[in-house]
Design a protein around this ligand. Structure first.
Ligand code: SF4
Ligand code: SF4
Length: 136
């Protein structure tokens, strides 16, 4: 039976919806939750395995997306805030993969490539401006 590992990220207005219950009951899915942060009046996330037929999984994901839940299959929990980032460069030598980098070495404006991020969390520990954070 197909199994997919997913991160569901939802805004604070959706945190009290019985998402997992509905996925099990209405879409015949088996759910294994690895990590969760669900606090009333705050944004939250679930990291889970979803097992079922492809059709049931896809229908279940359409259901959760229909009320604004972000479904992330890459499980990259690190977020970079381009507004908070001052391009101070403190994180650049500490990022082992170049996920935080200077696209233009002359402009010295930092950018973030989430596909390169291995979630080592170095940038979070070393950012003086709180521009990096983890969903986990
Ligand atoms: S340490 Fe923080 S503020 Fe400085 S460049 Fe990196 S992400 Fe931007
Ligand atoms: S978590 Fe690690 S790999 Fe990802 S951007 Fe930060 S320092 Fe780079």
């Amino acid at each position: 039976m197909p199994t997919r590992k997913l991160l569901l990220y939802f805004s604070k207005c959706e945190t009290e919806k019985p998402i997992v219950y509905r996925l099990v009951k209405d879409y015949n899915l088996m759910i294994n939750i690895f990590r969760a942060k669900v606090t009333p009046d705050e944004e939250g996330y679930l990291v889970l395995d979803v097992a079922g037929t492809d059709e049931d999984i896809n229908n279940g994901l359409e259901y959760v997306k229909s009320f604004g839940v972000t479904v992330n299959e890459t499980l990259k929990g690190v977020r970079w805030d381009s507004v908070k980032c001052t391009s101070c460069g403190n994180c650049i030598p500490r990022c082992p993969t170049g996920a935080l980098y200077y696209p233009d070495k002359h402009a010295l404006k930092v950018d973030f490539d989430p596909t390169q991020c291995i979630e080592c969390l170095n940038c979070i520990k070393n950012c003086p401006f709180d521009a990096c954070r983890s969903l986990f």
